[in-house]
Design a protein around this ligand. Structure first.
Ligand SMILES: [Zn+2]
Length: 120
């Protein structure tokens, strides 16, 4: 790994283009401290300053998992446990909005190219 990044420049990185800026919540929608993460939301590349998601993190709840939201289950995402620069699998299909991946804290397209900064 590289040298530690000073807080000021780290903050700038979060604000630059296509940062997913992921927020974590508990199942009951309280802000999650480290170790409590059950849901996540991300800054949508298609809408400036709006968060999409409210998605379940796999393995953190008793809720049945089903990638197609069928058979009484719901889609859930594997999280690598990195709060600051998270990677989630599989891809996220924000219906009618955006479809892509969150990798290392960035929103990337399904073609694995960095998404441009949201315009509106
Ligand atoms: Zn969205």
């Amino acid at each position: 790994m590289g040298a530690a990044i000073p807080f000021a420049s780290k903050r700038k990185a979060v604000e630059c283009m296509s940062a997913a800026d992921v927020k974590y919540w508990t199942l009951s929608h309280y802000p999650a401290r480290s170790g409590q993460e059950q849901r996540f939301a991300f800054r949508c590349p298609k809408h400036k300053d709006s968060w999409c998601g409210d998605l379940l993190i796999a393995g953190t709840t008793e809720i049945k998992r089903n990638g197609q939201n069928q058979d009484g289950g719901v889609a859930q995402w594997e999280w690598d446990g990195d709060r600051d620069n998270p990677t989630f699998q599989p891809s996220i299909n924000c219906q009618g909005c955006w479809h892509g991946y969150i990798e290392n804290g960035r929103c990337v397209s399904v073609n694995k190219t960095d998404e441009p900064e949201p315009i509106k």
